[in-house]
Design a protein around this ligand. Structure first.
Ligand SMILES: Cc1cc2nc3c(=O)[nH]c(=O)nc-3n(C[C@H](O)[C@H](O)[C@H](O)COP(=O)(O)OP(=O)(O)OC[C@H]3O[C@@H](n4cnc5c(N)ncnc54)[C@H](O)[C@@H]3O)c2cc1C
Length: 283
C-alpha cells in the first residue's frame, strides 16, 4: 500500500466521500439507489496511461479537510453503474491541482477541523487507486461498518461523561434543603440516564468486537450501534443540562458541549434516520 511504511506521523489523513450534491447518496451500499445511473458523483477518476486523473470537489464536511496532507478519496470511476461504480484513491495534497477551502464554522464538534477539497485534473500514479468499481460497494460497506462501530463507542463515552457530570453535580447542588440527588425526581432521571449509558455500552461493545474482527461485517449492527449511541448521547446530555439547571446552558460546565457534539454526531458518518433505512435493507 502506498505510504503504508510511513511511521513518523508526518501524514495527516482525511476521508473524502461527501460531495456538495451527494451526502446520504454516498452512504447507501446495498440499496437500489446506489446502482441508479441517474445519480452521478461529483469527483471522477479517469485512467490515462499509468496515471489516474482526478477531477471534482468534496464538500466542506471532510474532517481534517484543511489540515490533512493526504486524502482517501471515494470517487466515481464508472458512472454507468451509478455511485456503485466508485473507487478509493489516495491523493497526496502536495500534487498540482489540489486546493482546499476554509475551515468550517459549526455548532458542535468545533475542535474537529473540516473543509472542502478541490481536485483540478490531479494526476496520481495508477497504484494509488486501492479499490476499483468491482469491489467499491463491498469496501464501502466495510467502511460504514467500521466507522459506525467507532461512532457508537465514542458517543457512548460522551453519554457516560454527561451522566457522570450530572451525577456529581446533583450531589453538591442544594435545593429544597438537601442535595438534588436526594430528590426522587432527580434520582429517577439519573437512573434512566444510567440505564441508557449501560445499554449503549453493551451494544457498541458487541458491534465493535464483531465487526472489527470479521469480514464481511454485519453492518446493520454497527448502524444500530451508531444510531442508538449517538441518540443516547444527545438524550443523556439533554437530561444532564436539565439537572444542572440554568448553569447547564452556560460554558461553565461541559454538558452544553456534550449536547452540541452529540447533535452533530446524529448526522456525522451518515444521518441517523437515513442510516436506519440503509440498515433495514439487510434485515
Ligand atoms: C461532524 C461531522 C463530521 C463529518 N465527517 C465527514 C468526513 O470526515 N468525511 C466526509 O466525506 N463527510 C463527513 N461528514 C458528512 C456526513 O457524512 C454527511 O453530512 C451525511 O452523510 C449527511 O449528508 P448531508 O449532510 O449531505 O445531508 P443530506 O444527504 O442532504 O440529508 C438531509 C436530510 O435528508 C434525509 N435524506 C437524505 N436522503 C434521503 C432519502 N433518500 N430518503 C429520505 N430521507 C433522506 C437525511 O436523513 C437528512 O435528514 C461529516 C458530517 C458531520 C456533521
Amino acid at each position: 500500500v502506498p505510504f503504508g511504511k510511513n511511521t513518523d506521523a508526518s501524514i495527516i489523513g482525511c476521508w473524502g466521500i461527501t460531495e456538495p450534491d451527494h451526502g446520504t447518496d454516498t452512504l447507501v451500499p446495498g440499496t437500489p439507489e446506489f446502482s441508479n445511473p441517474e445519480i452521478k458523483g461529483q469527483v471522477s477518476a479517469r485512467l490515462d496511461g499509468e496515471e489516474w486523473v482526478i477531477e471534482g470537489q468534496k464538500s466542506a464536511w471532510v474532517s481534517n479537510g484543511t489540515i490533512s496532507t493526504h486524502s482517501l478519496v471515494y470517487l466515481n470511476i464508472d458512472p454507468s453503474m451509478g455511485l456503485k461504480g466508485g473507487g478509493i484513491c489516495i491523493v497526496p495534497h502536495n500534487l498540482p491541482g489540489v486546493r482546499k477551502g476554509r475551515p468550517l464554522d459549526k455548532m458542535g464538534q468545533r475542535a474537529l477541523n473540516q473543509g472542502e477539497i478541490f481536485f483540478d485534473k490531479v494526476r496520481v500514479p495508477k497504484d494509488y487507486m486501492l479499490v476499483d468499481q468491482e469491489s467499491y460497494e463491498a469496501l464501502l460497506d466495510v467502511t460504514l461498518a467500521t466507522a459506525n462501530a467507532g461512532m457508537g463507542a465514542i458517543f457512548t463515552g460522551v453519554a457516560r461523561a454527561a451522566y457522570e457530570e450530572a451525577l456529581n453535580y446533583s450531589k453538591t447542588r442544594i435545593q429544597g434543603g438537601k442535595p438534588l440527588f436526594e430528590h426522587q425526581l432527580i434520582k429517577h432521571k439519573l437512573f434512566n440516564m444510567f440505564m441508557k449509558v449501560e445499554a449503549a455500552r453493551a451494544l457498541s461493545r458487541s458491534a465493535i468486537v464483531y465487526n472489527l474482527n470479521n469480514t464481511p461485517p454485519l453492518t446493520k449492527y454497527s448502524i444500530a450501534s451508531k444510531v442508538f449511541c449517538t441518540n443516547t448521547a444527545f438524550e443523556v446530555a439533554s437530561d444532564a443540562i436539565q439537572i444542572f439547571g440554568g448553569i447547564g446552558v452556560s460554558r461553565e460546565y461541559p454538558v452544553e458541549k456534550f449536547f452540541r457534539d452529540a447533535r452533530a454526531a446524529m448526522i456525522e458518518d451518515g444521518a441517523n434516520d437515513s442510516l436506519m433505512i440503509t440498515g433495514a435493507h439487510s434485515l
